[in-house]
Design a protein around this ligand. Structure first.
Ligand SMILES: Cc1cc2nc3c(=O)[nH]c(=O)nc-3n(C[C@H](O)[C@H](O)[C@H](O)COP(=O)(O)OP(=O)(O)OC[C@H]3O[C@@H](n4cnc5c(N)ncnc54)[C@H](O)[C@@H]3O)c2cc1C
Length: 495
């Protein structure tokens, strides 16, 4: 069926099924034989019997949202507005039992399936056209065990809640820098943040996970239980099943950190970036460091270095002296601040629903030539974007590349360009420009972060997994031989 026909059929089905929670509705039995157009796992068109959807809905504690339902538009939207997908149904799960039923439904109908944790993926793969979205966003909880220094976190939990609950006990697990990001997708793909150089990636702090596999089994993965799966979950993304809860190791950390940024006029950008590259090689792991080329609200470019120091403040002041004394900055906001507050300070820069695009990769050094190229690409681009260089290394690099599925352990910098715009009509043009700009920068990188990838080819994903690929393929063949979970940084099972 052509897309136009699919949409028309979808509209017809919408007229048949204008309901949100069919478990609680009075769906007329005479409609039980009606069919809803859908998209199969292999991409072909198919139909679903409304009776089957009704049975699924009746079996859930959560609800099923269908096209035409009052919540459909809000339930189908994801953070990145460039993806405007229309699933055939959204199963809003309330717990592992619902997830198991939704996974069984998808597998039994060979239905395209997307997994949604926090809904924050750049790639929009937590939604889909015509398939089922297994939506975990209602499953939010954090239970801290202060004695054992662990936290059990449900799969729809956002980072802000995780930080809020753990810091109440003076504890923390390293996670991302925007508090409305989901813990699930972030952890499964790796998880970088302001504490990673000190405590490792989020996935390095994962102790166990509860997983619903493609055949509907509910199993635990940890060093002791299904250790092969546990290895794959730490960097292999959503390839192997739906994780319903995560257990993290927590670290003691005082709630007040030293954080902020120093900013210089753009004329000093070349010197500041050279300073950044040199300084980054001699600072302790306790210091988070990110250089950025940004524009102010009038479009004027400037260079910015953000920091966070998470141990003794006097030592932090010492470590930060060279940075704060460099050149002639026009702003210095570094000061004591609560970690939880710092973790949400930048949330406003990434609002839900705008159109976003980014390209990024890992690099191992910042030579003079590299810095010149970076500055040239930033300045000469016809459309403004932000450019970031985040220092990696530290505890991230002390984990062997094959100790978890996350491969890029030797990266020293994460280089990224990131653009956002309101008008969807600009998307094609803006994306085209950013792709061209990135083509110039990509040679500075080797490997990329799957969690910030947009639409990489299967070959690029395979090569990015590097030496871990054969083990990932073996795991995929064991836990998801039909590739039910394919909307991700996909590892295809062996034929
Ligand atoms: C504004 C912003 C800031 C970010 N900052 C950081 C950062 O600081 N550090 C960092 O490391 N990353 C960061 N990211 C990237 C982030 O890690 C990914 O976008 C991640 O996918 C978000 O997870 P989510 O659960 O919100 O995503 P979703 O869109 O819900 O899920 C993304 C994918 O993860 C998989 N998935 C999600 N939940 C599950 C589950 N329970 N079981 C199995 N598979 C699942 C699915 O394949 C899904 O397609 C940021 C992203 C954004 C948009």
């Amino acid at each position: 069926m052509k897309r136009r026909d699919f949409l028309r059929a979808s509209a017809a089905a919408t007229a048949l099924l204008p309901i949100r929670d069919i478990s609680a509705s009075t769906l007329a039995l005479s409609r039980a034989n009606a069919r809803l157009p859908a998209r199969a796992l292999d991409g072909s068109d198919m139909t679903l019997m409304t009776a089957d959807i009704e049975a699924l809905a009746a079996s859930l504690h959560g609800d099923v949202v269908l096209p035409g339902g009052a919540d459909y538009d809000s339930a189908r939207r994801v953070w990145n507005g460039i993806f405007d997908k229309r699933p055939a149904l959204i199963a809003r799960c309330s717990g592992a039992a619902d997830v198991t039923r939704a996974v069984n439904f998808a597998r039994e109908h060979s239905l395209l399936a997307a997994i949604r944790g926090g809904g924050h993926s750049y790639s929009g793969k937590s939604s889909c056209d015509g398939g089922i979205v297994i939506d975990l966003s209602a499953m939010r909880s954090v239970r801290v065990n202060p004695t054992q220094q662990t936290a059990r976190v449900a799969a729809g939990t956002l980072l802000g809640q995780l930080d809020h609950e753990t810091q109440a006990f003076g504890l923390v697990t390293p996670a991302g820098v925007i508090s409305h990001t989901g813990a699930a997708g972030l952890t499964l793909g790796g998880g970088f943040g302001r504490l990673s150089r000190r405590f490792g990636l989020t996935c390095d702090n994962l102790l166990a996970a509860d997983v619903v596999t493609a055949n509907g089994d509910y199993i635990r993965a940890s060093d002791r239980d299904n250790p092969d799966l546990f290895w794959g979950l730490r960097g292999g993304g959503g390839n192997f099943g739906v994780v319903t809860s995560f257990e993290y190791r927590l670290h003691a950390m005082a709630p007040q950190v030293l954080a902020g940024a120093v900013a210089w006029p753009f004329e000093q950008a070349r010197d500041v970036l050279r300073f950044f590259a040199d300084y980054s090689l001699r600072i302790p792991d306790e210091l988070y460091l990110i250089a950025a080329l940004l524009r102010d609200k009038n479009g004027e470019p400037f260079v910015n270095i953000g920091v966070l120091w998470s141990t003794d403040h006097a030592k932090g002041e010492q470590a930060l002296k060279p940075l704060r004394g460099f050149g002639k900055p026009f702003r210095d906001t570094i000061a004591p601040i609560s970690y939880v507050e710092r973790q949400s300070q930048d949330d406003w820069t990434q609002p839900f629903g705008l159109n976003y695009y980014n390209k990024s990769g890992f690099s191992r050094e910042l030579s003079d030539d590299a810095l010149d190229l970076i500055l040239d690409v930033f300045q000469s681009s016809p459309h403004p974007f932000s450019l970031f260089m985040t220092l990696e290394g530290g505890a991230i690099g002390r984990v062997a590349p094959d100790a978890t599925a996350f491969p890029n352990r030797d990266a020293l910098y994460w280089l990224a360009i990131s653009g956002q715009w309101e008008d969807a009509g600009l998307s094609e043009q803006r994306i085209g420009v950013m792709r061209a700009d990135w083509q110039r920068l990509q040679p500075l990188t080797r490997g990329f972060y799957t969690n910030s990838a947009m639409n990489e080819s299967e070959a690029r994903y395979r090569s990015n997994y590097g030496q871990n690929l054969p083990r990932l393929v073996a795991l995929k063949s064991r836990y998801d031989p039909g590739n039910l979970f394919r909307l991700n940084a996909n590892v295809a099972p062996s034929p």
